[in-house]
Design a protein around this ligand. Structure first.
Ligand code: FES
Length: 136
């Protein structure tokens, strides 16, 4: 899925201007983010944590396709929280539905780091799609 939420005001893009890294925990994958290499996202805002995760093969659930209409992409920003921009009222409303909410929780599809610092993101246990059903 993907696209736009028609009930949400368009958020101005605030993309990073320099290269930086996002470390995804506990899978311990370091994603190098080069703003010049960012493609159009399949899910979430361009440059969002979900977009970067998608591009690096890291699975974060995203039931609504990254349009701020669920809370399945909840992540906890362990470092670099202040670089991820302010959350909107719509994001805060959705986050209230997420289990295990922390002061530095964000929706991965809405949080766009500005690249001024490296970022460390924890994917909560319940959001990790590590145990998959084997093919039939
Ligand atoms: S994927 Fe639904 S809010 Fe982020």
């Amino acid at each position: 899925m993907g696209g736009k939420n028609p009930y949400m005001a368009e958020k101005p893009a605030r993309l990073p201007t320099r290269k930086y890294q996002i470390t995804f925990m506990p899978v311990n994958v370091v994603a190098e983010v080069d703003p010049a290499q960012l493609d159009e996202p399949h899910n979430g805002l361009k440059g969002s944590i979900l977009h970067i995760a998608d591009e690096h093969g890291i699975e974060i659930d995203h039931a609504c396709g990254g349009v701020c209409a669920c809370s399945t992409c909840h992540v906890i920003v362990r470092e670099g929280f202040d670089t991820c921009g302010d959350s909107t009222e719509e994001e805060d409303d959705m986050l209230e539905n997420a289990p295990g909410l922390k002061p530095t929780s964000r929706l991965a599809c809405q949080a766009v780091p500005d690249g001024s610092k490296d970022v460390v993101v924890e994917i909560p246990d319940w959001n990790r799609n590590l145990a998959k059903e084997p093919p039939h």
